[in-house]
Design a protein around this ligand. Structure first.
Ligand code: AMP
Length: 280
């Protein structure tokens, strides 16, 4: 497995693979990799001849008060995990390699990005769409792998690929959890012992919400209420949002009569965690 920070070297490598008739998968990440990321890489390795993992903490998707500087990083560990999962190449650029001084083009979206995480993170999806477009143009993969953990991001990327004719298959992968149910996240490392216990409330609340939907509840407000009430039993938890939306349009639903996404963002202390479930 190779590691490079140079766009030109990625292009050269992929060109060589293409010459050999090999298929290429891409797994975009911000690093500090865990079993969630690994499940994406493993799937990509199973479905493609070669897999590129990008490790890039993208400054453009962080707001001015967010955790860009403190975001955890450990390239040696990431490299070991990628190697073990069977990746062929890690692309780990410096911000200056991705954004030249005179950088001034953006990919933005009018729908899908205003609600859910877009409300508290107004510039986030512009940053995500721009960097993922760049990665797609640099690697030009056959398939790219995204986790359902970031469900809004998955929907946004699918929509962008359709809008802009990227010709790349987007593969959504299930949420990987800790044994006690907490969704794996690089940001879990911010939690102290007490907060780590309190964070279990996200999955507990979603489990109650899912049970209600699966028992046939059609009133989305009833589902929101059950999830909200459960989260509010945890003193360390502060709700950012609890939403039930149409899984295709991400618009709020009143009556559940098609595929829905129930998504939550909750502060545990200072750490903002997200989780969700989808009922198709
Ligand atoms: P990140 O490094 O947080 O930007 O995540 C990179 C990719 O890994 C995204 O597509 C995430 O949705 C995915 N991912 C992160 N955590 C998980 C998880 N617990 N289960 C599945 N996929 C995940």
């Amino acid at each position: 497995m190779e590691i490079t920070g140079k766009i030109s070297e990625v292009r050269e490598q992929v060109k060589e693979w293409r010459r050999q008739g090999l298929s290429v998968g891409l797994v975009p990440t911000m690093g500090y990799l865990h079993e969630g990321h690994k499940s994406l890489i493993t799937r990509a390795v199973a479905e493609n001849d070669r897999v590129v993992v990008s490790v890039f903490v993208n400054p453009m998707q962080f707001g001015p008060t967010e955790d860009l500087e403190s975001y955890p990083r450990d390239m040696d560990r990431d490299a070991a995990l990628c190697e073990e999962a069977g990746a062929s190449l890690i692309f780990h650029p410096e911000p200056s390699e991705m954004y030249h001084e005179d950088f001034s083009s953006f990919v933005d979206m009018n729908t899908l990005t205003g609600g859910l995480c877009g409300k508290t993170r107004p510039i986030h999806f512009r940053g995500v769409c721009t960097v993922v477009s760049k990665l797609f143009n640099i690697v030009v993969p056959d398939r790219a792998y995204f986790g359902q953990k970031d469900a809004q991001q998955l929907a946004v990327i699918r929509h962008m690929v359709s809008d802009l004719n990227f010709g790349i298959e987007i593969v959504g992968c299930p949420i990987i959890r800790e044994e006690d149910g907490l969704a794996k996240s690089s940001r879990n490392t911010y939690l102290n012992e007490e907060e780590r216990k309190a964070a279990l409330i996200l999955n507990k609340a979603l489990t109650e919400g899912r049970k209600l939907v699966e028992s046939g509840e059609k009133d989305a407000d009833a589902v929101r209420r059950v999830i909200t009430d459960k989260i509010n039993t945890e003193p360390l938890a502060k709700i950012d949002y609890v939403e039930v939306v149409d899984w295709n349009t991400l618009e709020t639903v009143e009556k559940i009569d098609g595929p829905i996404l129930a998504a939550i963002a909750v502060y545990i202390g200072k750490t903002r965690l997200i989780d969700n479930f989808i009922v198709e």
